[in-house]
Design a protein around this ligand. Structure first.
Ligand code: ZN
Length: 275
């Protein structure tokens, strides 16, 4: 067996559900905007074969394969082929890396509900249920998830973490892409800033080779909802920064299926024979 790849590399993926690309900017989302300046922030078009729903889009992001591979076309994941196309957290976990899965409120990502979990294995799995079925409940779950994940990131610094926040998508569904949606995005951006600060506050941060990705799954119609192939729905986005991602360089993510490979490459391809 060959020696392991350098171990001082870490990755954090922050998944934000349903954040429209045209919502991003220095005023509404200053943390995400500034983060993009350190690497890139670019639109990512959902491919033609993928329904513009959370289930299939997150499955593509997590597995690096499209609908033809993972087999997920709705928000019920039943019948998936994730055993053949495991998510990046599972791949890293099976290779012996410490991993964190922290999910706010949407069960099938983390729990055996609706055909889930999408993320099969993690060293530490945290799911924060919403206390009430409305925007306030989702918002509180996002905050609690952020608090918990920030604490773990700052203290333990898992080699790979996936943190999921869902309130912006719920705001879109409930109220459309208006003032409440924008306000929820501001809160979401503050949570992203908190997570970034937690990582950067680590005493050994400079030696830990952090690759960080912030990504959404789909947009929303003006009146709210997923729609179909409308540009405001199909235009997702991704931002990334870290070793080898140079500010001002062309985006290295142009498809949702490129995120898992990027994350695993940043970790030295855990689980592959050349590790
Ligand atoms: Zn979604």
């Amino acid at each position: 067996m060959l020696p392991s790849a350098p171990t001082l590399c870490h990755a954090l993926v922050i998944g934000l559900d349903g954040v429209r690309f045209d919502l991003l900017g220095p005023d509404t989302t200053p943390s995400i905007w500034a983060f993009g300046q350190a690497g890139f922030l670019a639109p990512v078009t959902i491919d033609q074969a993928t329904p513009t729903w959370s289930g299939p889009c997150w499955a593509t992001i997590a597995t690096g394969t499209g609908v033809a591979g993972h087999g997920i076309t709705t928000n019920d994941l039943t019948g998936h082929r994730l055993a053949d196309h495991p998510d990046f957290v599972t791949v890293a976990t099976r290779a012996g890396l410490s991993t964190l899965l922290a999910v706010s409120a949407w069960a099938p990502l983390a729990l055996p509900e609706d055909g889930g979990p999408l993320f099969a294995e993690a060293t530490r799995r945290e799911f924060v249920a919403r206390s009430e079925p409305n925007l306030a409940g989702w918002d509180a779950a996002d905050q609690a998830t952020t608090d918990l994940a920030a604490e773990i990131l700052a203290r333990d610094g898992p080699r790979l973490s996936f943190v999921y926040l869902g309130a912006v998508d719920i705001a879109g569904h409930l109220t459309g892409a208006g003032a409440a949606y924008r306000d929820t995005a501001r809160a979401c951006d503050r949570r992203v800033g908190r997570l970034l600060d937690a990582v950067r506050s680590r005493p050994s941060y400079e030696q830990e080779g952090w690759t960080i990705v912030v990504v959404t799954d789909h947009g929303h119609l003006d009146q709210g909802g997923h729609g179909g192939r409308e540009p405001e729905v199909t235009t997702a986005w991704a931002a990334a920064a870290g070793p080898g991602i140079h500010p001002g360089a062309p985006p290295v993510i142009t498809g949702q299926d490129q995120i898992a490979p990027l994350v695993l490459a940043a970790l030295g391809h855990p689980g592959t024979s050349d590790m």
